[in-house]
Design a protein around this ligand. Structure first.
Ligand code: HEC
Ligand code: HEC
Ligand code: HEC
Ligand code: HEC
Ligand code: HEC
Length: 368
């Protein structure tokens, strides 16, 4: 008897997992299409090769304790649930967030068919579906969704707090903080995680109630659609006594890149008389380690070095190359997803895709 119960529980959650996105797709096709290509959908060790590479070396793997699931695959511990990664209902049922030292936790609402969302002008509404007929029944207008109810009253969907249960911070078992995202990015309605990473772009949010725009669900980030974030980074040039300087401005309310695997680089090429000469490259990274030597994150107890460009920081980098009239400078700010010196340690050195340098922003300056 017990066996049968367990079996049906798994079978029905499987059914739900497979069908959830298919169901949403009927009425939210654009959003689902964007989402399928995002790192939230691909967050488990099945779909994210970098996450898998770190997990394969992690001491918890031998114990079969996929502790990463809390954020990387919150639906449960079965194979199908892990494969699902983060889903539509993961975010849209986050009611509250609990603060803890190790990492924060999402409190999910028990009402699986009521979704929280945000829309300007509807902040006080809870919408249950109804069809309203006008006096003679000639015009029918529909309100809400025929599939689910919507609760627009959750403040966390307006400030970006909804993102913080997973993104705020994470400590390893030594109590050492591996990564963090400052609270200040999830406080203001005009400028927060959602306004930058889910900008409103063309296309209707639903097929039923047409809108001009919808919130981008591909979640622009380091791995997908970085160019959508380029406007939040500034690159400027100034002539100095001995040469010139380049200012890099991070307008994000968090480290330019938050994950300790990344390395940011500023590259400058001098184009003179038809020839391109690379000048010095500057690297920005945060290296964590054990007793001041770089280590895997679960062993780390200290920050070995930290030159990462901080929240709202403007870094000025000086160059002592004298410039001539007619010179052009090609300035590139970009990054490696996995710092080149770590690729081998993670057995990722065979993957050409990960050796690529991604340019986030590029500018040219011509000397008069
Ligand atoms: C049968 C059609 C239908 C299906 C299926 C459906 N929705 Fe909706 N949904 C709608 C409509 C219509 C609206 C807009 C309601 C309004 O604006 O009054 C909506 C609105 C929403 C909103 C809030 C939008 C806002 O205005 O901020 C969210 C969130 C949402 N749906 C999520 C989902 C998810 C997740 C699924 C799949 C589990 C899903 N929907 C399945 C029709 C549907
Ligand atoms: C508290 C939530 C949380 C937990 C628990 C967690 N992660 Fe993450 N992880 C994140 C977030 C958020 C990111 C996105 C990058 C960032 O914010 O720095 C991420 C990114 C990563 C990345 C980079 C992936 C990429 O696409 O480049 C790796 C690797 C990773 N995590 C490994 C792990 C492993 C291994 C575990 C379990 C031992 C784990 N994480 C547990 C939240 C978490
Ligand atoms: C249930 C946990 C969870 C929630 C809630 C969550 N995230 Fe994430 N997010 C993650 C994890 C885990 C990753 C890393 C996935 C990976 O690379 O394996 C991630 C990655 C990202 C990335 C990097 C994408 C890329 O291409 O590099 C961005 C940007 C992001 N999240 C933004 C947000 C925003 C904005 C919100 C709130 C609307 C949010 N996240 C809510 C867990 C979460
Ligand atoms: C002013 C715009 C802005 C705001 C607000 C903002 N970000 Fe970002 N975010 C950026 C930029 C720019 C990058 C760098 C993108 C790149 O290099 O590809 C970034 C990168 C990220 C990444 C990828 C980090 C990595 O190492 O892979 C995550 C995750 C992320 N942001 C989450 C958040 C969360 C969560 C919030 C809210 C607390 C937030 N962001 C608020 C602009 C913003
Ligand atoms: C990482 C968290 C997260 C995930 C996962 C997520 N959403 Fe959303 N979604 C949000 C947030 C936050 C908003 C509110 C954006 C805003 O300010 O309008 C939103 C808005 C919406 C809207 C209203 C869009 C608009 O522009 O009015 C719909 C519809 C929706 N989501 C459906 C979905 C569907 C369907 C999925 C799965 C394919 C999904 N969401 C996955 C966080 C998420």
């Amino acid at each position: 008897m017990k066996k049968i119960l367990v079996f049906t529980a798994i079978a029905s959650s499987l059914l739900f997992a497979k069908s959830e996105m298919q169901t949403c797709k009927k009425c939210h096709p654009l959003i689902v299409e964007e989402f399928q290509n995002s790192m939230h959908k691909k967050s488990s060790f099945y779909d994210d090769e970098i996450h898998r590479a770190v997990w394969n070396k992690h001491p918890s793997k031998e114990k079969g304790d996929y502790s990463c699931a809390k954020c990387h695959a919150p639906h449960g511990t079965s194979e199908e649930e892990i494969q699902q990664g983060i889903s539509c209902s993961t975010c849209h049922t986050i009611q509250n967030i609990e603060h803890h030292a190790q990492s924060d936790s999402n409190i999910y609402s028990k009402e699986s068919k009521t979704f929280f969302s945000a829309e300007q002008g509807r902040e006080s509404q809870k919408v249950t579906y109804k069809q309203e007929s006008s006096f003679f029944g000639l015009n029918k207008t529909t309100v809400g969704s025929p599939y689910h109810d919507i609760d627009y009253t959750n403040e966390k969907f307006y400030t970006g707090q909804v993102c913080m249960g997973c993104h705020s911070h994470r400590q390893n078992s030594q109590g050492f903080t591996l990564c963090k995202t400052e609270e200040s990015g999830a406080k203001h309605r005009e400028n927060n995680c959602i306004t930058c990473h889910m900008p409103k772009i063309k296309g209707s949010a639903t097929t039923i109630r047409k809108t001009q725009k919808h919130a981008f669900h591909g979640f622009a980030g380091a791995r997908h659609n970085p160019k959508m974030l380029a406007e939040h980074v500034g690159l400027d040039f100034e002539k100095t006594k001995n040469g010139f300087s380049i200012a890099v401005e991070n307008k994000a309310p968090h480290d330019l890149l938050t994950h300790p695997l990344r390395t940011v680089e500023l590259r400058v090429n001098l184009i003179r008389g038809g020839k391109t000469v690379p000048l010095k490259t500057n690297s920005f990274a945060k290296t964590i380690g054990y007793d001041n030597k770089p280590s895997m994150p679960w062993l780390a107890n200290s920050v070995v070095s930290d030159t990462m460009i901080k929240a709202d920081e403007k870094k000025i980098v000086a160059y002592d190359t004298a410039l001539h009239s007619g010179d052009t400078l090609e300035v590139q700010l970009g990054y490696y997803i996995v710092s080149p010196e770590v690729l081998k340690d993670l057995n990722l050195d065979t993957q050409d895709e990960l050796k690529k340098f991604t340019i986030l922003k590029q500018r040219y300056f011509t000397i008069e």
